[in-house]
Design a protein around this ligand. Sequence first.
Ligand code: ADP
Ligand code: ASP
Ligand code: MG
Length: 811
Amino acid sequence: MRVLKFGGTSVGSVENIEKTIAIVANQAAQSPVAVVVSALGGVTDLLLRAGALAAKKEESYKDILKEISQKHISFTDTLTGGDQEILKAITLQMSHLEDLLKGIYLINELSPKTLDKLAAYGELTSSYIIAAAFKHKSIDASLKDSRELIITDANHTKAGVLYEITNQNITTYFAEKKAKITVLGGFIARTEAGDTSTLGRGGSDFTAAIIAAALDVEQLEIWTDVSGMFSANPKLVKQAKPIRDISYHEAMELSHFGAKVLYPPTIVPALSKNIPIYIKNTMAPDEAGTRIGEQEGSNGNPIKGISHISDVALLTLEGAGMVGISGISKRLFEVLSLQQINVILITQASSEHSICIGVMEADALRAKTAIETEFAYELSLRKIDPVIVETSLAIIALVGESMKSHQGISGKMFSTLGKNNVNIRAIAQGASEKNISAVIAEKDVKKALNSLHEVFFEGNRKQINLFVTGVGNVGAKLLEQINNQKQYLKEHLNLNIRVLGLSNSRKMLVSQDPIDLNNWEAQLDGGEKADILRFRESVINLNQRNSVFVDITANEPVAMAYEEYLRNSIAVVACNKIAAAGKQEYYANLKRLSRKYNAPFKFETNVGAGLPIIDTLQNLIASGDRITKVQAVLSGSLNFVFNNFKSGGSFYDVVQQAKEEGYTEPDPRIDLSGVDVARKILILARESGLELELEDIVNTPFLTKNNLESTDVPHFFETLKEDAAHFEKLVADATADGKRLKYVAQLDNGKASVGLQSVGSDSPFYNLEGSDNIVLFYTARYPEQPLIVKGAGAGGDVTASGLFSDIIRLR
Ligand code: ADP
Ligand code: ASP
Ligand code: MG
């Protein structure tokens, strides 16, 4: 014989009830089955809500009653082909329910005993309707009221089962009746005095296990809306997978720690008779599901699952008077037990100075009052402080029986949480090491579950979540490159890059789900009005692991927003030079925050676009080298200008062309005055370990005073014409000496400078083409022959790929 239990969703629609019937009929062809059913999906919640409203004298309970009645009548009508007799019986049940609610309304009170009577309507009617549906399909099924079998104590709403009499009732009934299919309502029972009781929310699973154990059946099947017990709640962790095999103890830990798919007490009766429990999906019956049995599963992973409990409060009892005094914890737990307050987590520091306990938030105030009453004397003497209550917390737990023989799991757990900026309030690990729990803020639950799942179950596949600001030319190219490389990164680097946020100067969009990079423009257009700080707030609130803010603007307010990103452990990847080349203090603070909050701050594209210049420099320093000198040509725009400006030509025309072709900043003075190059050498100097400001860079201008004092861009161009002779002389002098003009940045002996130089054919700069950049690093290890990085130093594609490399380096 088998016992099959179908949960609320499995009997939540006519279509699913048809599926349920098919599954049962199929199994009954082989051996007799007991079918335990929950209330029609959502009905228990509705009943309790109606009761609460009625008790508060709110007439609106009638609306809910109407909803419940209509649901039952419409289900009955469809499933029995409008069978009048059955419809009459259900209508009668509903009028009894109406009377009960009216009674609650009149007396303005809802006791636990009445609550049970009320909640029981769900299973009483669902079992009645489902049994009738079997008959309507000419499948022989008998209906049994579970209250006649399962007897409990009078602890209403979560009654304790009296096993002796219950087991006897069950064995006697099934021995006598011998039906092929027996339909029973889950959850409901009866006290010895004959009152209706219930087994606690989710208790239909338990009913099924009680019957299974009493009859010592071959297997117990829990049919639900997911394909098994998952490595984490599939509603919160998309990557979660069903666990094929799991031990009773592991399943018990997981369900205790919030894996709602199985009501925790269910395991006990099954375990006592060693009956395997299968968790199966009514909507996908062919999927394997989970087998819970005696032996632990052998998937090679010491962790079986990760779960969490929400709405937890932490209570801390502390005081100097607790040290070395025996009996404090005894009194503490005794008083909580007397109040029937369930303690779900305990930690005590070895100093004995404080004890910290976790309880459900709903019990927190009651617990505080009870404890403070118990310790009133010690409180009055100030030996113990008032109980501290912290709320809005959750417990997350790693579960697995073989964790005990593996080292480093808790280390990995806590470092993963730490890296993702999840603050841990308390930790508990049972001596059996089946479970490691941590108390964290409720708001961090999803992030914590997903980061832990990634580390322990996804073969270290890392998800990186990008929030990109500035999606002009370079930004668009970056998104295109990411879109093209997505699959490759997954397969070869185990990296899953997702874009969750976009912003340009007009619009912004931040979303929980990845933005489709095939049509991001349209989605962004439909976004809300852009705002730098609101964008940041949304990114922080979204609270995703491995978040990265990508700044592809040249905008100062955006650069000033980095600190708060870093403080929230959100990495910053910037193309924008303003932060790294701004005030030394700001730069140093960003570096400090980056270290403190474990959030990388990367800006490779600040110097030489996609060329690995900063990365090379950082690697040299990290590996113990020392920079002695840097010589570089770092301006693609100035290179373009001086490569194209020949004696006899017009400097004005060349600059005009450079601007038109996008080689210069919109204001070419930023390039031609040397400011842009000065910023770049400043960044290299800082990365070499120097503390410098932009003003410390010696900048010898090649522009005339007249050019430099121009009032705006058109005026500047005018002055270029006016001073044509000056530029002609510069180039003619160089050419006469067989030299070429290059704009060179230099760092030597702690001093940085930028300026135009005439270089001879023996210089590595002499043959520099187009917009190429070159950097020569002279270091302790490369004293004579410098380490050279050379290549295209400007352009949308290479800049985007530099940003992309920075993102990939975050792995
Ligand atoms: P039923 O109505 O069938 O009893 P429940 O809602 O009680 O179903 O339990 C199934 C739900 O449990 C799933 O839909 C899922 O949201 C939740 N759940 C939480 N943790 C887990 C987990 N680790 N594995 C599977 N389901 C889980
Ligand atoms: N109907 C009850 C509840 O919703 C019992 C169950 O479904 O397991 O809690
Ligand atoms: Mg359930």
